[in-house]
Design a protein around this ligand. Structure first.
Ligand SMILES: [Zn+2]
Length: 283
């Protein structure tokens, strides 16, 4: 009897120990996973103004080496993504790669605290771009100016903070109009890029002259159609409907994205999107 009892107690203690080890391992794993997630710079806070200089230095000194894949090795994230409740599950990209490899859309977003090193796109303008891109814009601007074409930098870098404020404001507006939060978020994402998915957040895109559809009918647009690729810029969101399905964004004749001269030339000459160029088109 006693022996049996003792044996039961030992068994019970043993089981407890096993459970404890399993629990500790699980918690440890979760903490590691969380830290790894954090190390990809998704911190859950929007602090673009507080980005450390080490991050900036890293970007400035990058040698543009291109890993085989920039995004597929990233964590598939992300129940932690703040708009996951509306079905958005973007991967967080590593922005420290060759600019031509940076793809941003609802599937791929920037780390939450990302802020590029900035420079004025055109001397004396208040409009900024990634400092690596600004000289190309200036050169394009100067070349066009010689032909009396004025490529006014209308909107360049936009902080993640501002993108989020705009996005949240639109969600609130739709909720005020009677939608529930999920529905409002889905609708907001149709008109405002998800925070972190706008190329303006990366300082890689410029809205030129205006954000009006009529820009298509200007001599500035005509000039860009002929020459933008020579300076590394592409028309990022083309008019063609099949292309719109690939980019997920409506035609924007004013929005030019810097991808570097070589990529811009190929993309423009082949008439493809950045998604197709990078082999990431879903349709
Ligand atoms: Zn734009």
């Amino acid at each position: 009897m006693n022996k049996k009892f003792t044996s039961r107690v030992i068994k019970a203690i043993f089981l407890e120990c096993v459970m404890l080890i399993v629990t500790i391992t699980a918690i440890g794993g979760a903490v590691i996973a969380h830290n790894e997630f954090k190390s990809t710079a998704y911190t859950g806070t929007k602090t673009e103004n507080e980005v450390t200089s080490t991050k900036s230095d890293k970007i400035e000194n990058t040698t543009f080496t291109i890993p085989a894949s920039t995004t597929t090795t990233q964590p598939t994230v992300n129940e932690d993504y703040e708009y996951a409740y509306a079905g958005f599950n973007p991967q967080i990209i590593d922005p420290n790669v060759n600019i031509s490899k940076i793809l941003l859309n609802t599937d791929y977003i920037l780390p939450d605290n990302y802020k590029p090193v900035l420079a004025e796109a055109v001397e004396g303008s208040d409009v900024e771009l990634d400092a690596r891109v600004a000289p190309y814009y200036q050169a394009m601007y100067d070349a066009a100016a010689k032909e009396e074409i004025l490529l006014t930098p209308y909107s360049g870098y936009r902080s993640l903070e501002r993108q989020k404020t705009n996005f949240e404001a639109r969600i609130s507006q739709y909720m005020d109009e009677g939608m529930d939060k999920k529905e409002a978020t889905i609708e907001a994402a149709k008109v405002i890029m998800l925070p972190g998915s706008s190329e303006h957040n990366a300082g890689l895109a410029m809205d030129i002259c205006s954000v009006s559809d009529s820009f298509e009918n200007t001599k500035e647009f005509e000039w860009l159609s002929e020459n933008a690729y020579k300076y590394g810029f592409i028309l990022r969101y083309p008019k063609d409907e099949a292309k719109q399905k690939i980019t997920g964004v409506v035609y924007e004749p004013w929005h030019y994205r810097f991808v570097g001269v070589e990529a811009a030339k190929e993309i423009t000459q082949r008439g493809i999107t950045l998604e197709e160029y990078l082999g990431k088109a879903k349709v």
